[in-house]
Design a binder for this molecule. Sequence first.
Ligand code: LHQ
Length: 267
Amino acid sequence: MSEQVIQIEQHGGVRLLRLNRPEALNAFTTGMLGQLRQALDAAADDAGTRCVLLTGAGRAFSAGQDLADPQVAPSRDPAAAPKDIGLMLEHHYIPLALRLRSMPVPVVAAVNGVAAGAGASLALGCDLVLAGESASFIQAFSKIGLIPDCGGTWLLPRLVGRAKALEMALLGEKLKAADAAALGLISRVLPDAELADAALAVARKLAGMPTRALAETRRAMDEALRLDFDAALRREAVLQSQLGFSHDYLEGTAAFLDKRPPEFKDR
Ligand code: LHQ
């Protein structure tokens, strides 16, 4: 059996997934990518899980693709056939990025250290990104002759605008958590010692909220990015119409009028 490199913990309605190859700064091997996808599928299928929290073990969130992985590292033998690393994206990273973006529950990233390359793209693709003050984000791709992948070219200009996105992607410099928050790349920075508890508290809060409405909010915003205003208004009406028939809408309004805490259960 292959080594377990994704640690899984359940904290009430929160499924915590911890990338766990600290000796390689949680760089992604093929096996790790597969385990992470399986763990996300399992969280999506588990009715008791209402929020996913993604973090890293040790001093990093993730250094991105493991560059020593024989499937990816170019052979130094000039006679060897070159590898098509696009296939690595097709088979592993694209399904993972799509899985994260289509989870039926909100996904929080707690970035506990450096997030580089695909590690940065995956963190930034989460719904809420919290970071410790010593965390940093590096678009490491240009340094090894590649472009941002795993959604980086889509996410970065939308999050920070073209000028800053290109500066980050071309120069590949380390961006500190505080600067990332000031740019609007991530949502909050916390003292390192408080990150784990604060991220769990945010995840627990989300887990107590109307899960289906939260997932539809993400979907509506992602869709709106490619719609004009008129079409976005109409799309909102379609989704609102569906949610208007949900248990959670009934419960949310009843709880408000009864002046009691709501008990949401849709997913
Ligand atoms: C690593 C890695 C790593 C292996 C640190 N791999 N071991 C998708 C599909 C296909 C192909 C290619 O790419 C992609 C997407 C991508 O993600 S491309 C971008 C890949 N990532 C990088 O280029 C980042 C490489 N790492 C770094 O630049 C540095 O390690 C950072 C800035 C992240 C951290 O620097 P330091 O804090 O100084 O740590 P370190 O460099 O000393 O690393 C600690 C150890 O982790 C070290 O191993 P060692 O045995 O010497 O202690 C590194 O070799 C290992 N490590 N990143 N990506």
